[in-house]
Design a protein around this ligand. Structure first.
Ligand code: FCB
Length: 480
């Protein structure tokens, strides 16, 4: 891998570096009952009063289902090399198992062909959280059968698109599916049970492990990976209690996924911690970890923000040291408190902006887990954008965020990490899960009542970065 520097601030990316944009089916498609699509857990959850901000739902979303051509043209204008999208399982197999819905496949066929016509490489995520509701009714990810059902679904998608899609992502952020879906209940299906979350964690990884050989056997040239949401965890102080708290946070978010995938085992400290919850990891069968650790071709990394924590017994000390301390944690069993560094910029999600955490994370993955190619499959920020009286969205804060984070990716490449591409989250403002339409992550503004698209300043900035294959280096404040 090569990269070079021509002036003080211009950073050149390797010639093969892949620039992309990402979306997900439930967040953009809408058309939730059109052409035979069945209900997903997110339809059920978002129609549950009080579950989602403003009781928003994905019934219409960006209406991408009907505006696909316009969105493809936006991508062509942006000149991305790759588009990461997900296929909705309930569009393709509405009951979760059994009958295949040809009209669902036809929709993605048009999308894949439209991308190919525009020289954009499809990067297909097989599961981005929209589990068919009938499977949830039979236990969802807490039961093993769902992993088997996923394998059958993968086979259908692989057979249909194998000739035209090379890069495959089995799962998006299985941590969110398991721990937010079944642990804290913030996401669909809205269950709050740590033991069920741990079981879901395992069955999701098993689903990944079952999918890998199916993709390989069906598609000779397949490049197969998984996308994880990972973070750089820091203790609020050097106190051993805080160091241990950061280790627990890292265990739950990072190691429960990276260790089985790359080392073929769950971390001992996490197994011990979750042994008091049922069914927890007792659902692991002999041989499962061999399946889960089957070789993959790349790792997808989603990064948004660093995490700083202290042990919950040390909240007062952290406050005295000048931190703002979270009042509680979504997982009380972990006994920790998140910290905000005063003065640090935050996004509209209230996530601290710290691009150096991305470099640190990438170096850590390389050192501890794997030298496989890495794609940043999501990175971006929500801000309180608005259309100004001149009809523009001047989202300079998002431009700064992207500039700092893409610079951080360049730092990682300079440090020898094998990062081969970057996908901005997101192409479009969309349904931001529990936050509904109240959080805008797009580089294209979407006027939800009409569906009108308006490229933001960040779209033009990103297009220039792609065209020149460079960024003007911006170091994130507070780099350590
Ligand atoms: C990630 C999700 C993605 C989007 C971003 C902001 O966790 O994968 O769908 O919502 O966060």
């Amino acid at each position: 891998m090569t990269s070079s520097t021509t002036n003080d601030r211009t950073r050149h990316f390797p010639p093969t570096f892949l620039w992309g944009a990402a979306t997900a089916s439930y967040q953009i498609e809408g058309a939730s009952t059109v052409d035979g699509r069945g209900p997903s857990i997110w339809d059920t959850f978002s129609h549950t009063p009080g579950a989602v901000w403003n009781d928003d739902n994905g019934d219409v979303a960006c209406d991408h289902y009907h505006r696909m051509d316009e969105d493809l043209d936006l991508m062509a204008d942006l000149d991305i090399g790759a588009y990461r999208f997900s296929v909705a399982w309930p569009r393709i197999i509405p009951d979760g198992t059994g009958q295949v819905n040809q009209r669902g496949l036809d929709f993605y066929r048009r999308l894949v062909d439209g991308l190919r016509d525009r020289d954009i490489e499809p990067t297909l995520t097989l599961y981005h959280w929209d589990l068919p509701q009938p499977l949830e009714d039979r236990g969802g990810w807490t039961v093993r059968d769902t992993a088997e059902a996923f394998a059958a679904f993968v086979e259908v998608v692989a057979r249909t698109f194998g000739d035209d899609v090379e890069r495959w992502i089995t799962l998006n952020e299985p941590w969110c599916s398991s721990w937010l879906g079944y642990g804290s209940g913030h996401h669909a299906p809205g269950i709050r049970d740590i033991g069920m979350a741990a079981a879901a964690n395992h069955h999701l990884l098993l689903a990944h492990g079952l999918a890998v050989p199916i993709l390989r056997e069906t598609i000779a040239q397949a490049k197969v990976g998984i996308t994880l949401n990972l973070s750089d965890h820091r203790p609020g102080s050097e106190d051993p209690l805080d160091v241990a708290a950061a280790r627990r946070a890292d265990g739950n978010l990072n190691r429960l996924f990276l260790d089985p995938i790359f080392h073929g085992r769950y971390p001992e400290d996490m197994l011990a911690h979750y042994s008091k919850f049922s069914p927890g990891f007792s659902v692991v069968h002999e041989g499962d970890l061999e399946l889960i650790s089957r070789p993959i071709d790349f790792l997808g990394v989603n990064y948004y923000s660093p995490v700083t924590v202290v042990d919950e017994s040390r909240a007062t000390e952290a406050r005295t040291a000048g931190y703002i301390v979270a009042t509680g944690d979504q997982f009380p069993d972990l006994c920790l408190r998140g910290l905000e560094t005063p003065g640090r910029d935050r996004t509209a999600m209230d996530w601290e902006i710290q691009a150096a955490g991305l470099t640190a994370l990438l170096v850590h993955i390389r050192d501890e887990y794997s030298t496989l190619p890495i794609y940043i499959t999501e990175n971006g920020a929500a801000f309180d954008d608005y259309v100004d009286p001149n009809g523009r969205v001047l989202d300079f804060n998002r431009v700064a965020y992207l500039q700092e984070h893409i610079s951080a990716v360049h730092d990682a490449i300079d440090a020898g990490v094998n990062v081969q591409g970057y996908f901005v989250w997101s192409l479009l403002d969309n349904f931001e899960w529990a936050f509904g339409y109240s959080r805008r992550f797009g580089i294209v503004w979407v006027d939800f009542p009409t569906g009108t698209r308006l490229p933001k300043e960040s779209f033009h900035w990103y297009r220039d970065a792609i065209a020149s294959n460079t960024v003007q280096y911006a170091q994130s404040p507070g780099s350590r």
